[in-house]
Write a protein that binds this ligand. Sequence first.
Ligand code: FDA
Length: 389
Amino acid sequence: MQVDTAIIGAGAAGMMCAAHAAGRILIVDHAKAPGEKIRISGGGRCNFTNLHCAPHAFLSGNPHFAKSALARYSQWDFIELVERHRIAWHEKTLGQLFCDGSAKEIIAMLRTLMQQNGVELHLQTTAHGFAKSPDGFRFTLTKDGATQEVLARTLVMATGGKSIPKMGATGLAYEVATQFGLTVTETRPALVPFTFPQKRFAGLAGVATPARVTTGAQSFEEALLFTHRGLSGPAVLQASSYWREGDEIAIDLSPTADLLRLLKTRRATAGKRNLTTELAAHLPARLVEHLAADLELSGNLADQPDRRLGEICAHLANWRLKPSGTEGYRTAEVTLGGIETDALSAKTMETKTIPGLFFIGEAVDVTGWLGGYNFQWAWSSAMAAARSL
Ligand code: FDA
C-alpha cells in the first residue's frame, strides 16, 4: 500500500491530525477502538480543553517549545470545532471545559471528520519494521497474522506516552525516535497519586478537603483526597508532576481562611469549647482526629495560649510530608518527558534531521497541567503537523 501520510496511533492527536491532513491518509492503532483515553477521560465527559490554556501550564525541557502550536491552534479554535459539531459543553471549574453529554461525542466528531477526509482507519493492527527509504518510510502492518507492506511519504508517530499500559499504552514512539537517532528525555509518571509507607493514611481513605499543595516552587490550590495508599485529588496530582523522589511536599490545610484569627475569636466567645471540636468545624473531623495525636491536641480553647494556637495553625498551614513514591504508570494520567523538543520544529512537529518524520501529542516532551491542557496539546500539536502535510 502506498499513502501520502501514515499516522501511528489513533488517539486524540492521531485522529485530529488525520482529520485535517491533506492527501491519502492511513491511521493505524492496535486497539479495538480509536480514542480510548478520550472515552474514559473526565469521568466519561472529557475535559477537552481549558479556557486559560497558555504555555505556563506546560512542563517541558524547553518551556518555549509549545508556544507556537498552542497559539496557532488554540482552545478557542477547538471550542469553535466542538460547537460546529453541536456538542454541548460547560465550564466545571478553573476554566475546565467538559461535554454536557459524553466523551463519546468528541470521538464521534473526530471519526466523522476523518471519514469526510477519506482517512483509512486500521484497528487491531500493529505497525513494525520502520525503515527510511529514498521515497519515504517503509513498514509492515500485521492484522490477524496477515501482513501488508506500506510505503508512506511522511510518517507521524502519535502513540502517546506510557500511562496506563492496560489500555494499550506502549513506548513505540520513543523506540522509533531512538531508532532514528533522536533523544528521548527521561520519562516519568505524572498527574499521579502519591504513596506513603505503611499505608499511613488508610484510616482517612475517602476524606477530601481543600488544600494548597506545594512542591519546590510550585503550588496548587484545589481538593486533596486521602486514599487507602496515600494522597490524591487535583492538588496532589498537579504537584506530582513537579515532585522528585526524596522531595518533601508541604500542605496548607486552610488555604483560604485565617485559622489563627478564627480560633482566637472563638476562644474569646466560646472558650469552653473543645479544641478538636472547634477544629472539626473548619477541617474534616476524621482528619482532625488523625492530627490530634501528632499535634497533641487536647483541652478547651480557653486552655490554649496565643503561642500554642500559633504553633497549631503554623503546623496546619505547613504540614510537611515525604511521599515514598507514586502509583506509577498504572494510574498516571500522563507521561512526563518524551521526544526531546530540540529535535523537532516547533511550527510543524517535523524532526529536523529526518525529513518527513513527525511526532505529536503526549509522546513529545510537553506535559500539561490537569484540567484539559493535555488534550489541548494533542489538538494543537496535531494541527501543527496536519497543516504542513
Ligand atoms: P493517546 O494515548 O490518546 O493515543 C495513543 C494511541 O496510540 C492509542 O490509541 C493507543 O492504542 C495507540 N498505540 C499505542 N502504542 C501503539 C502501538 N505500539 N501500535 C499501535 N498503536 C499504538 N487530558 C485532558 O486534557 N483532559 C482529561 O479529562 C483527561 N483525562 C484523562 C483521564 C485518564 C484516565 C487518562 C489516562 C488520561 C487523561 N488525560 C486527560 C490525558 C490525555 O488522555 C492524554 O494526554 C491524551 O490522550 C494524549 O493524546 P495522544 O493522542 O498523544 O495519546
